[in-house]
Design a protein around this ligand. Structure first.
Ligand code: 5GP
Length: 180
């Protein structure tokens, strides 16, 4: 509430503790809580998307003692056996490709997706597609901040996915942050 800033249409800037400067103690506490909420799902791997998902994902991986894989936003020419899909970026207002090597996402894996924000769920849906292409299973999706006034939360929960968000923003109207 004190450090978040509203910018533009429905975008919350949290650059002084998550997205630019990072608060490791808070990140650790958030990871501990996500690990607690997903322990019963018995994930075997954490998956995120570069770049802003990496910090929370690696903290959760550390806590749960699991490997962490981040989907890349540009297909590296040196990678073979890539799984790829298109994602619409809410903050940049354009499509981009995300990809992950089939070496690090395999059939039978129980994948926990971790990201900083859930907005319309485009990143999450792209990741779900990668998980399904690999023949793996998504056992949960954990977010630091969900914007409850956007559609992603409902779309994912209606699919029966186990979704957890540590903070849910009810509205950002008139530059005022209201938490649910
Ligand atoms: P979605 O794919 O759910 O529409 O948007 C989620 C992605 O967009 C997140 O990975 C996050 O990086 C970015 N994003 C969406 N909304 C916000 C926001 O309000 N603030 C910040 N900092 N990032 C956001």
């Amino acid at each position: 509430m004190s450090d978040g800033r509203c910018v533009g249409e429905g975008i919350l800037k949290v650059d002084n503790f998550i997205n630019h400067q990072m608060d490791p103690q808070l990140m650790e506490a958030m990871a501990e809580e996500l690990a607690r909420r997903f322990a019963a799902e018995r994930p075997t791997k954490i998956l995120t998307v570069e770049a802003s998902g990496i910090a929370p994902a690696i903290m959760v991986g550390c806590r749960m003692q699991l490997p962490v894989v981040f989907a890349k936003k540009n297909k590296p020419s040196t990678m073979e056996g890539m799984l790829t899909t298109k994602v619409f970026s809410f903050t940049k207002n354009r499509d981009y490709d995300i990809c992950v090597s089939g070496d690090y996402l395999r059939a039978g894996e129980r994948v926990l997706f971790i990201d900083d924000f859930l907005a319309n769920g485009n990143a999450a849906m792209g990741v779900l597609e990668l998980i399904h292409k690999a023949g793996a299973e998504c056992v949960g999706m954990g977010f630091l901040i969900e914007k409850g006034f956007q559609t992603g939360g409902n779309i994912l929960r209606e699919q029966g996915l186990h979704v957890e968000s540590l903070a849910i923003v009810e509205s950002l109207s008139d530059g005022k942050i209201v938490l649910r």
